[in-house]
Design a protein around this ligand. Structure first.
Ligand code: M6R
Length: 623
């Protein structure tokens, strides 16, 4: 949700701003804007409703010159998606211009105060309040200033700190001040900001994707920090502390990671990347000597981990579905009781939690507001709180006591695919790890590792179903409703398959445990409502088959995801997608692939914007 970019250096800022905003499009937005300052100190502001392309068109007609600038994609919260509400916003008599990501909860009160001071508001946004507030604090401090300070930026730093200390809520801010040409001030609290370090140039962005191909050096700004950035310098300060050291880290993504690489959509590219992303998730984490998994960053001693007697997995959306698979895996392999909690519920609940309870917050972006709040609440209560996270340096990764990175690479498609399978394989390795700390035998550990090693090739083989899935998609793409049914390990697969279809094709789809279907949803079944059955070989195959018969008996068309070699299924199902046979505990990782492809092809056939579905944002940074 919302994306910020900024540039200061020796090139035309607008070129980077447009390109950077395009790379942040996946976060979700409905308007865009940019501001540059030219060498004659004139401010140039351009805004457009809709896509970044519309802004780029405007820029062709009215070039915004200058080697410093800020840009923004806005996902409307306060006020409709209009040009007036689009960022950047100006403060004072244009002495401040800024872009903001986040939500200012006390903006009403601040707005009243600023209006009393005489500031005039043109937009309905909470952000314009921040712009005027910075201007107000700056003017007041400047009026008080009596003697010269050694630090040339002491005044704007004090003004921004004063202004941000009055804000309640979340912000990532990129601020330009008229009196300080050539300086970007970047501040954050709860909304991510990263800084790319170059040769006589710096970039600021909401995440690393706009930096790929421009620099391999990155600084992750932390909460309460303020960065003062010029072409040649970068200083980081912390509110109430002053200058703090910052570490420049290696940025491991390259331009190809954020390009389409010949694929028509990011979602399809990311589905096809899964053999590699699974390999990356397992790299260096399978230990044959002890027949277990190894994790460098859990930051808990083996004794502490050994005494874990309950695990809470918390997450939202697709990550929550991964958590559900994790519940089956942990209970099966490690015999530890697991609870899966929607983060949005956990944050406001007060469940009794004993010592020995370990929390994992599961998140692709590491920025999901509800997941972050649930993690903070559990930390506050003193429970070890770890993260399973993809985005390096994200807020949740920074705030967790420790955790596991997925190493899936940037996931740009709004519909999560490769991050999901990386989460599930990480949970499988964690289940192996906890199992081996407890009762799981050396031989069982070895068998699990051997199966995990085969996984990337099995997924590669599964991807061969693509043409068949496209054919089936064409047959069913006009349906208004779908049911997705599975059991045990593959009940979450059904939920995730249904979510994928809903998100990108806008078709109503429900995922259910197959046997629950007769307690209500079966009323939906008719000849126009396809049911997708996930039915690998294993403990509940016969049971799922009975559920399938119940649907067929009511005239419902059935698409089955079944293991190669299943002779029985073709007799009953209307269409079968055959996937490689595998151990039951790995089957969610195989069976989800055709469901991702099915959703993808149906959405394409219906003419939907697969990578940027309506109303959705990639990282949901508001409650
Ligand atoms: O970044 P997170 O994993 O925390 O995001 C959680 C959900 O917002 C996310 O999984 C969402 O459901 C996706 N659009 C699913 O495809």
């Amino acid at each position: 949700m919302c994306g910020i970019v900024a540039y200061v250096g020796h090139r035309q800022a607008a070129e980077f701003l447009i390109d950077g905003l395009r790379r942040l499009e996946y976060r979700g937005y409905d308007s865009a804007g940019l501001a540059t300052v030219s060498s004659d100190r004139r401010l140039h502001v351009l805004k457009a409703v809709g896509k970044v392309d519309a802004l780029a068109e405007k820029l062709k007609r009215h070039w915004a010159p200058g080697t410093i600038g800020v840009g923004h994609t806005r996902w409307a919260t306060h006020g409709a998606p209009t040009e007036v509400n689009a960022h950047p916003h100006r403060g004072g008599d244009d002495c401040v211009v800024l872009a903001h990501n986040g939500v200012i909860e006390n903006y009403r009160l601040l707005k009243d105060q600023l209006e009393e001071e005489g500031y005039k508001f043109v937009s309905a946004t909470d952000t314009e309040v921040v712009a005027h507030l910075v201007a107000s604090c700056y003017d007041k401090l400047r009026a008080l200033e009596t003697e010269a300070n050694d630090d040339p930026y002491a005044l704007p730093i004090a003004a921004i700190n004063e202004a941000t200390s009055k804000l309640r809520g979340t912000y990532g801010l990129a601020i330009l001040l008229r009196d300080y040409p050539g300086v970007i001030f970047a501040a954050r609290q709860g909304s991510p900001l990263v800084i790319g370090v170059g040769n006589h140039e710096h970039w600021v962005a909401s995440d690393a994707s706009p930096l790929a191909g421009r620099t391999d050096k990155i600084v992750y700004l932390a909460d309460r920090q303020l960065a003062v950035i010029t072409a040649d310098s970068l200083h980081v300060l912390e509110r109430d502390i002053g200058t703090v050291s910052h570490s420049v880290e290696a940025l491991n993504i390259v331009a190809d990671d954020v390009g389409l690489e010949g694929f028509p959509h990011y979602m399809l590219k990311e589905i096809y990347e899964q053999p590699d992303s699974l390999t990356a998730a397992m790299r260096g984490r399978l230990n044959d000597v002890d027949a277990t998994a190894v994790f460098g960053g859990l930051n808990l001693s083996p004794q502490q981990l050994r005494s874990v007697n309950r695990i809470i997995l918390t997450a939202c959306g697709t990550s929550w579905h991964a958590a559900l698979v994790g519940e089956y895996l942990m209970e099966e392999l490690a015999r530890i009781p697991v609870e899966v909690e929607y983060a949005s519920e956990l944050r406001y609940r007060n469940p009794p939690v004993d010592q020995g309870t370990l929390l994992f917050a599961i998140t692709q972006s590491g920025e999901t507001a509800d997941t972050l709040a649930a993690l903070r609440e559990m930390k506050r209560k003193g429970h070890p709180s770890l993260a399973i996270c993809n985005v390096i340096g994200s807020t949740i990764a920074q705030e967790a006591d420790g955790g596991v990175y997925l190493h899936a690479g940037p996931e740009i498609g709004v519909a999560s695919t490769k991050a999901y399978t990386s989460q599930v394989v990480t949970l499988t390795m964690l289940a192996l790890y906890f199992g081996r700390l407890r009762h799981l035998s050396f031989e069982a550990g070895q068998r699990i590792i051997a199966q995990l090693r085969k996984l990337p090739d099995l997924v590669r083989e599964t991807l061969e179903v693509n043409n068949e899935v496209r054919r089936i998609a064409a047959k069913y793409c006009h349906a208004d409703n779908f049911l997705y049914l599975g059991r045990q390990f593959n009940f979450p697969t059904g939920l995730e398959g249904a979510l994928k279809l809903k998100e990108i094709s806008y078709i109503h789809a429900e995922g259910y445990p197959a046997a629950e279907m007769k307690h209500g949803p079966i009323a939906l079944v008719d000849e126009h409502t396809p049911s997708v059955f996930v039915m690998p070989q294993g403990g509940v195959y016969e049971k799922v088959m009975s559920n399938l018969e119940e649907i067929k008996a009511r005239g419902g068309p059935v698409i089955a995801i079944a293991a190669k070699g299943d002779k029985e299924i073709a007799r009953l199902a209307d269409d079968v997608i055959y996937v490689p046979e595998c151990e039951e505990f790995l089957s969610p990782l195989i069976n989800i692939v055709p469901l991702q492809l099915l959703a993808y092809h149906i959405a394409v056939l219906r003419g939907c914007d697969v990578d940027k579905p309506r109303n959705l944002a990639k990282s949901v940074t508001v409650e």
